[in-house]
Design a protein around this ligand. Structure first.
Ligand code: G3H
Ligand code: 13P
Ligand code: NA
Ligand code: ZN
Length: 328
């Protein structure tokens, strides 16, 4: 059934695991996530970005997720809005029936200009006030996602801050986090610790301390009752890049977030881990391979099926990696 995000994350905190939150845009992605969860007995967070609602249409996104809940009535499932750019966007998602919303006030409404702390507090508090009245969970974000070595906010297609960032902007400050939680009363806080959105996170094999895990510990100690969230948490597996490039793709050499570091973060209070890019890579590789090996096929179901299978395999692995097995 559809459940409360707050309850799902509270359970994860009590039992010391993390839950991958997968971005979904279409039928096959929704099916992949819930089928994987069903196999391993995991709870589910399906999240839709503004881009997802634009691509599929809000009604389609909503009803695809409701269909997942209907088809798998035994799985606890949350319908979450990813990166709400304004209180109005969040209100729209609440009206649509989302049980959880992210107000991303770390950036202005344009989605690329870093906002002031005061702006962030004001918009996030406003969303908490309207959401909590109707039992909807709220995630906020403090700090800007970016590569700590280069100051780059991430992918070229414009998810995240524009231009180069200062190191201090890319690391959430524990004291600021405490003031932010006190002022907003939100449920979950996305923190900046060196991850970034998209496939191009790190240009070299990431070291075992590429993320600021110490920050996670400090923030968790300061705000132990706020669930921490990691965005930009795809691992960009080399085998998935290899399949894409083997079958005609041209993806540059790149590295993602090592799973071991996410597991370490989970030991220090991270409960929700956002993943989109890995599913994109898995599906693209599978489609390229299938069409290359079967140039005579043209039934869309035939190439969507291996794409769905590849996405499911990624999801299944992350559920296991993050300790979700049997927790659903
Ligand atoms: O926050 C970024 C997610 O990967 C969603 O991406 O805005 O292209 O749907 P999108
Ligand atoms: P990735 O691009 O690393 O998959 O991150 C997705 C995300 O944070 C969505 O909010
Ligand atoms: Na941000
Ligand atoms: Zn994100």
């Amino acid at each position: 059934p559809l459940v409360s995000m707050r309850e799902l994350l509270d359970h994860a905190a009590s039992n010391g695991y993390g839950i991958p939150a997968f971005n979904v845009n279409n039928l096959e992605q929704v099916q992949a996530v819930v089928a994987a969860a069903d196999e391993v007995g995991a709870p589910v967070i399906l999240q839709a970005s503004a881009g997802a609602r634009k691509y599929a249409g809000a009604s389609f996104i909503k009803h695809l997720i409701l269909a997942a809940a209907e088809a798998y009535p035994h799985i606890p499932l949350v319908m979450h809005q990813d990166h709400g750019a304004s209180p109005q966007v969040c209100q729209g998602a609440i009206d649509l029936g989302f049980g959880s919303v992210m107000m991303d006030g770390s950036l202005l409404e344009d989605g690329k200009t870093p906002a002031t702390f005061e702006y962030n507090v004001a918009v996030t508090r406003q969303v908490v006030q309207m959401a909590h009245q109707v039992g909807v969970t709220v995630e906020g974000e403090l700090g800007c996602l970016g590569n700590l070595e280069t100051g780059a906010a991430g992918e070229e297609d414009g998810v995240g801050a524009e231009g180069r960032l200062e190191r201090s902007q890319m690391l959430t400050d524990p004291e600021e986090a405490a003031s932010f939680v006190k002022a907003t009363q939100l449920d979950a806080l996305a923190i900046a610790i060196g991850t970034s959105h998209g496939a191009y996170k790190f240009s070299r094999i990431p070291s075992a301390d590429i993320l600021a895990i110490d920050r996670v510990k400090q923030i968790h100690q300061r705000i132990p009752n706020t669930h921490l969230v990691m965005h930009g948490s795809s691992s960009v597996p080399a085998p998935l890049l290899a399949i894409i490039n083997q079958y005609g793709g041209k993806i540059k050499q790149t590295y993602g977030v090592p799973v071991a570091q996410i597991q370490e973060a989970i030991r220090h209070g991270v409960r929700k881990i956002n993943i989109d890019t890995d599913i994109r890579l898995a599906m693209t590789g599978a489609v390229r391979q299938f069409l290359h090996e079967n140039p005579d096929k043209f039934d869309a179901r035939e190439w969507l099926k291996p794409a769905r299978e590849a996405a499911k395999a990624v999801c299944r692995q992350r559920y296991i990696d993050f300790g979700c097995e049997g927790q659903g």
